[in-house]
Design a protein around this ligand. Structure first.
Ligand code: UD1
Ligand code: CA
Length: 467
């Protein structure tokens, strides 16, 4: 028997009232990604993108934009009338497909691909009409309770609101992850009726409907309830975020990264870190950040979509966003790199230095209290403390170009557009408005005046007056 085709439907149309948010629930983030992105990633373990559909409704445009890059399909649910209604919206599109239909909820971001494969395999092997994932919770409140017969098959799912006190004490809960024989699901989904209390169509009622028709509904019981967490409130959102961060740190540590006090460190799902890199406490590695081997990321540093080659040191409390640091370079403490800043190999950027759209060549140094914006600095140059590129005239941005091995004295003001050639000197405290040719010394400051004996003569004058 060839393995059965599996189609996945992810329900992501609800608003999520309990979040108390204007944003659709599945767009909230945990582990640096939206909740629904995590579910779509897990689904890839059982179905290719062209057999995966997300049902959207609330803020459908935004949800679809987030998922578009994954190449999956979309069905719109018009009016959010419950999970059964959401799945029924796919009927026209999917009812002629045979094989298996797996249904996932977009608010369960901790699902593992392994579990989904297990569910598919159990459903394929058992011949049941459907199989759903259950677990036992110490505190099952908020979840649907699963009623089982003596054989361990599911006879019904009772939602918390409709449960009798006796049913409420049941600790076996519905995870909201189901695998159906597709033809049976589509034949019987029309039999869902509105819940008497809420008026919604509950997908959970399918268990009872299928059982009533003499079909079997099996349960796959999972011992670790963590991965089935459904996010309904911001408290659960924080719980999921913590679990995802822990997982990411463990994965990196097992792959050869040292993380000091991992419980304080925040690393997004897609971040990559090379072996023997050390991450100090309270660092945040976000977005598409990529870090090479043998780097050090200092305490409290924040790297967002940053690229670090090998043996880079980012000292504590440094911010790097959408920027790149080449092999052997050192940046910080308290430095800020943003908007495609590029620090070349073995270059140095020190405290209170900001680079914006600026490139520092190989081995160049800018160690203290400096702003370099829209600038290119040649290899081996030294930028003195307090240097400022005046890149903005109030209307437009202008470039500053500095050649190789230039020496810019402390507290220089470089008024762009301006070009400073290679092997040049700029005297400390200069205001540079004109080009400095290769090999020249440029001075742009008031001359010092010295008046010998001035202090004493002033005192004498004052004494004469008061007599
Ligand atoms: C649901 C289950 C419950 C289970 C729990 C597991 C039902 C009736 N109940 O409850 O048995 O224990 O999940 O986490 O299914 N959605 C739509 N359209 C709608 C309504 C919801 O697409 O009209 C989507 C939501 O965006 C969400 C998912 O379905 O991603 C689940 O909806 P939610 O309201 O969170 O269901 P629960 O009350 O948690
Ligand atoms: Ca939920």
């Amino acid at each position: 028997m060839s393995p059965m085709n599996t189609t996945v439907v992810i329900l992501a149309a609800g608003l999520g009232t309990r979040m108390r948010s204007k944003r659709a629930k599945v767009l909230h983030r945990a582990g640096g990604l939206t909740l629904v992105e995590h579910v779509v990633s897990a689904a890839a373990a059982v179905a290719p993108a062209d057999r995966t559909i997300a049902v959207t409704g609330h803020q459908a445009d935004e949800v679809e934009a987030v998922l578009e890059p994954q190449g999956i399909g979309f069905v719109r649910q018009v009016g959010q009338k419950g999970t059964g209604h959401a799945l029924a919206a796919c009927k026209e599109r999917l009812e002629n497909q045979d094989g298996l239909l797996m249904v996932l909820y977009g608010d369960t971001p901790l699902l593992s691909p392994v579990t989904l494969r297990k569910l598919r395999d159990l459903q394929s092997a058992s011949g049941a009409a459907a199989t759903l994932i259950t677990t036992t919770l110490q505190d099952p409140s908020g979840y649907g309770r699963v009623l089982l017969n003596s054989k361990g098959d599911v006879t019904a799912i009772v939602e918390e609101k409709a449960a009798t006190p006796e049913q409420k004490s049941i600790q076996v809960i519905n995870s909201g992850i189901y695998c159906f024989q597709a033809p049976l699901l589509w034949r019987h989904i029309v039999e869902l009726t509105p819940n008497s209390a809420s008026g919604e169509l509950y997908l959970t009622d399918m268990a009872e409907i299928l059982t009533r028709h003499g079909h079997r509904v099996g349960a796959l019981h999972i011992d670790d309830p963590d991965e089935l967490l459904g996010i309904n409130t911001r408290i659960e959102l924080a719980d999921a975020d913590r679990v995802l961060r822990e997982r990411k740190c463990r994965e990196l540590m097992l792959a050869g990264v040292t993380i000091e006090r991992p419980e304080t460190v925040t690393i997004d799902t897609h971040v990559r870190v090379g072996v023997d890199t050390v991450v100090e406490p309270f660092a945040r590695l976000l977005g598409m950040t990529e870090i090479g081997e043998e780097c050090r990321v200092g305490a409290g540093a924040i790297l967002e979509s940053a690229v670090l080659e090998d043996r880079v040191v980012v000292a504590p409390y440094t911010l790097v966003a959408n920027s790149r640091i080449d092999t052997g370079a050192q940046v910080g403490p308290f430095a800020r790199l943003r908007m495609e800043a590029h620090v070349g190999p073995d270059a140095r950027v020190g405290n209170f230095v900001e680079l914006k759209k600026a490139k520092l060549g190989k081995g160049a140094k800018s160690q203290h209290l400096t702003y370099l914006g829209d600038a290119e600095i040649g290899a081996g140059s030294n930028i003195g403390a307090g240097t400022i590129t005046c890149n903005y005239d109030g209307e437009k941005k202008h470039r500053t170009t500095i050649g190789e091995r230039a020496f810019i004295g402390s507290n220089s003001t470089l008024v762009a557009p301006v070009e400073i050639g290679p092997d040049t000197y700029v005297g400390a405290g200069s205001v540079i408005t004109d080009a400095v040719p290769s090999g020249a010394l440029a001075l742009g400051r008031g001359r010092q005046v010295v008046k010998p004996g001035w202090v004493k003569s002033r005192k004498n004058k004052a004494a004469n007056k008061s007599e």
